[in-house]
Design a protein around this ligand. Structure first.
Ligand code: FAD
Length: 395
């Protein structure tokens, strides 16, 4: 006889385990999660894992606000550490991004998140080593920071297991079993699993898996490299996590002497690949591009030592926003994918809202409606004004 599940989740990244945890909390029956390799082995384990608390996408504000509270209280909620470090997050804007930053701040403040404008003078006090050419305005979210993506995944998975979720590692779903308007579960190399509801949270592999159920979702896996720089002993480095919209880079402290850096310009460091290509290493041209921009802000760090770097896969959707929900012509098949480089920081809220959506909560359904997979067919792509300008997206 086939194995049975009420709800079957495919993918053991931070998104899959967050959904599993939140479903289990609601007691929604027998929940099985399949991970083809080991938990957090995909994008999650390679994430820079910054938690900015600020988004330029108005529909995503609630996802950021709810998740911020979760990371802050993780040890109380899950009884385990997620490695959250509060660095505060500063956004630097030039003239083209100024109004967008102000609008984003206002929306996020209205959702109860602490975020303020920062005068150039105040900014110099917080970051004495910074050079601010081209910067006309800035914001700070003092409670933002970063967490440990693997610890977070393990903490959510362990809490889910305690509530009875069956997490099976080393077992891949090889195809979705669909007939007409329904999925019936999945095939695996060691037998089929039947399920009433199937959730695809398979990161960069989601598109391939959905195709086995004759569903096309336009997702582009890309390779994104991260540069790690060790500051010289006497040079000051950024104290906060930084998003520099004027030069197109991010930076955050990793420890006392290590700084992680990367591009937010979609034309640099977001190279299309197929998910099984492997992410590979960090190319010299990319390091030069990132360093050139970073030392415009922190000239003393030109003498820093490039220690190591790594690359990981991100899954980009056509409007660079997550794809969350179900298909009207296959209503027991859900997906949570296409996070476009920002999935870690919203994973707690995504898990909660997906669980509430499946439980039939109309408020969750309303909050997630803008992210529905059908938006691409209906021409309802999410426009992210000003983030679009800043990142060169959606011109
Ligand atoms: C270099 C880098 C830096 C990043 N920085 C940040 C950041 O600073 N802040 C932020 O918020 N986000 C960041 N992200 C993005 C974030 O890490 C991702 O959005 C998030 O981890 C996605 O989680 P996921 O669970 O959807 O995907 P994944 O972690 O990729 O998980 C999917 C899982 O599904 C499994 N799987 C695939 N196919 C199958 C199958 N057929 N059967 C069973 N299992 C399967 C895979 O093995 C994998 O473990 C970054 C990503 C990268 C690569």
């Amino acid at each position: 006889m086939n194995e049975m599940a009420d709800i079957l989740i495919i993918g053991g990244g931070v998104i899959g385990v967050s959904i599993a945890y939140h479903l289990a909390q609601r007691g929604l029956g027998r929940i099985v999660l399949l991970e083809r390799d080991s938990l957090a082995c995909g994008s999650t384990g390679r994430s820079v894992a910054t938690i900015d608390l600020l988004t330029f996408q108005p529909h995503a504000v609630e996802l950021y606000a709810k998740s911020g509270e979760f990371f802050d209280q993780c040890d109380k909620i899950l009884g385990a550490e997620c490695g959250f470090v509060e660095t505060g997050s500063i956004v630097l804007a030039g003239p083209p991004q100024e109004s967008g930053l102000l609008a984003a701040m206002q929306k996020v403040q209205a959702a109860g998140v602490e975020v303020q404008s920062l005068s150039i003078e105040a900014l110099r006090k917080l970051e004495p080593a910074v050079t601010l050419d081209g910067v006309v305005s800035a914001s700070i979210a003092p409670r933002a920071g970063y967490a440990d993506p693997v610890l977070t995944t393990q903490a959510l998975a362990n809490a889910a297991r305690r509530m009875g979720v069956d997490i099976q590692q080393g077992r891949a779903a090889t195809r979705l079993r669909r007939a007409g308007k329904q999925v019936f579960g999945v095939e695996t190399a060691t037998g089929d699993i039947e399920a009433l509801i199937v959730i695809v949270a398979a990161g960069a592999w989601s598109g391939n898996l959905l195709r086995t159920a004759a569903i096309e979702l336009d997702l582009q896996p890309v390779r994104h490299p991260v540069v790690a720089l060790r500051r010289p002993p006497h040079a000051a480095s950024p104290r906060h996590s930084l998003l520099d919209l004027t030069t197109g880079i991010y930076a955050r402290p990793e420890s006392d002497r290590l700084i992680l850096l990367g591009s937010i310009n979609p034309d640099v460091g977001y190279d299309p690949i197929t998910p099984d290509d492997g992410a590979g290493y960090v190319h010299d041209e990319y390091v030069l591009w990132v360093m050139e921009r970073f030392v415009q802000r922190f000239p003393a760090l030109e003498a820093g030592e490039l220690t190591r770097g790594w690359a990981g896969i991100m899954t980009i959707s056509p409007d660079w926003q997550p794809v969350l929900g179900k298909w009207p012509d296959c209503p027991n098949l859900y997906c949570a994918t296409g996070f476009s480089g920002k999935g870690f920081q919203i994973s707690p809220a995504v898990g909660e809202l997906m669980a509430r959506l499946i439980a039939g909560d109309p408020k969750a359904s309303k909050l997630l409606a803008p992210f529905a997979p059908t938006r691409f067919d209906n021409g309802r792509l999410l426009r992210t004004e000003n983030e679009g300008q800043a990142y060169g997206l959606l011109a």
